[in-house]
Design a protein around this ligand. Structure first.
Ligand code: NAI
Ligand code: COI
Ligand code: MG
Length: 368
């Protein structure tokens, strides 16, 4: 198959990990006789430097007509002085909104070789397998007004959702739960927020159409606690934008590192954007030490979800698992008796493992 892929490396470690994803995809293309054509475009801080805006029109246009989009990460201290509405992060929010990517799927899958990487007890993290379904284009990050008043002494951020926005993401949550272990945990703050009260109504209404799915409601504060004390109680978590953002970084602790988590930002039909959960990690950027696996696993999600290339996606996920089983890991992880390697060497090891068809742990349950 021939596919046009837009690459948005962005800032900081985004560039390094994107190179890793490109190398892995090229290796897969060679093995399976696909043609992946990559087009690089600007977003975030590097787009501000070059074009004066974090999201050039030309980037949006290219993404809209592509087969899929890969994104590294945006932001960094260099752009901290930029006014809030024009910061690099606005480029990311803008591309998600422009492409209508209302659902962000964040699988949190523990690799057995990484159980010692987590600060949590092995018996807590071993075998954890959660899918966070996060609403991506509504809520606080998109609220208007969002401004300072009264000489800068009062600030306003607005949390707005329509019922339709809630319904479509809750539908996605049920759909995912049915494809997995049949349990849906809806996370909100219905004891305080009106938006959460409507969210709960929507979940309860939809639950009547899906009697085969076990539904539970949790308040976000309790959910944050249970996520790291009893993660195996979770199958699919569906939640709004801000809560999903925070809970997924927290959940990454189960896997050993924030650098491990991939994600798919999708809509019902049309182009999908695939991005690791982490940010631009300015503290480690440019040192060849960033973990490229969240980005590489995001590329695998792209192959499966946007291109229907199940075997190729499985192959990448298996190669990642085999590389870790072989003891190779970046400095953010810990494997007993393992060897720390840099970003580039980690990518090379994954590519080497692509062609060795060993039978290792099944590492990803279905998530879409
Ligand atoms: N999707 C995106 O583009 C996101 C962008 N950001 C932006 O990134 C910048 C930095 O934000 P932070 O709060 O520091 O979050 P961050 O996710 O960039 O980093 C948090 C911590 O995790 C580590 N880390 C992240 N990715 C890693 C990887 N691949 N390998 C090894 N370690 C990794 C970092 O070194 C840091 O210690 C900010 O400008 C923020 O707005 C933050 C989150 C998401
Ligand atoms: C711009 C932020 C909302 C990015 C982020 O932290 C995320 O999507 O996880
Ligand atoms: Mg985040």
């Amino acid at each position: 198959m021939k596919k046009q892929i837009i690459m948005l490396p962005g800032d900081g470690v985004g560039k390094e990990i994107m190179e890793g994803a490109r190398a892995v995809l090229n290796a897969v293309a060679g093995e399976h006789h696909h043609e992946f054509i990559f087009h690089e475009h600007a977003i975030g801080g590097s787009a501000i430097d070059r074009y004066g805006t974090p999201l050039p029109e030309e980037t949006v246009k290219a993404c809209s007509s592509a087969d899929a989009v890969l994104l590294g990460a945006v932001g960094g201290p260099k752009w901290d002085h930029v006014e809030a509405s024009k910061r690099p992060e606005r480029g990311l929010l803008g591309i998600r909104k422009s492409l209508g990517l209302f659902a962000n799927l964040r699988p949190v899958t523990g690799f057995s070789s990484l159980v010692h990487s987590s600060p949590l007890k092995t018996e807590i993290v071993d075998g954890c397998d959660i899918l966070i379904v996060r609403e991506l284009t509504g809520g606080l990050y998109f609220g208007k007004p969002s401004e300072r008043r009264e000489g800068g002494r009062t600030v306003i951020d607005t949390l707005k959702y329509t019922r339709e926005e809630m319904e479509r993401i809750v539908d996605k949550g049920f759909e995912s739960a049915k494809m997995r272990r049949g349990k849906l945990t809806s996370v909100d703050k219905a004891n305080v927020l009106e938006s959460s009260r409507m969210w709960r109504e929507v979940v309860d209404e939809k639950a009547r159409d899906h009697p085969e799915v076990e539904v539970e409601h949790l308040l976000v504060d309790a959910a944050a606690m249970k996520l790291i004390t009893n993660p195996r109680q979770f199958d699919v978590i569906v939640t709004e934008n801000l809560f999903g953002d925070i809970l997924s970084d927290e959940a990454s602790v189960l896997t050993g590192s924030l650098g491990m988590l991939p994600s798919a930002s999708i809509r019902t039909d049309g182009v999908g954007l695939y991005e690791p959960v982490h940010g631009s990690a300015p503290d480690i950027a440019g040192q060849d030490i960033a973990n490229p696996l969240g980005m590489i696993l995001s590329a695998a999600m792209m192959l499966r979800h946007s291109f229907g290339m199940e075997d190729e996606a499985d192959e990448i996920e298996r190669a990642v698992s085999d590389t870790l089983e072989g003891g190779y890991h970046t400095a953010d992880l810990d494997i007993e008796g393992g060897r720390i390697v840099g970003t580039r060497e980690m990518v090379e090891k994954v590519i080497e493992n692509l062609s060795t068809k060993s039978i290792s742990n099944a590492i990803c349950s279905s998530y879409m």
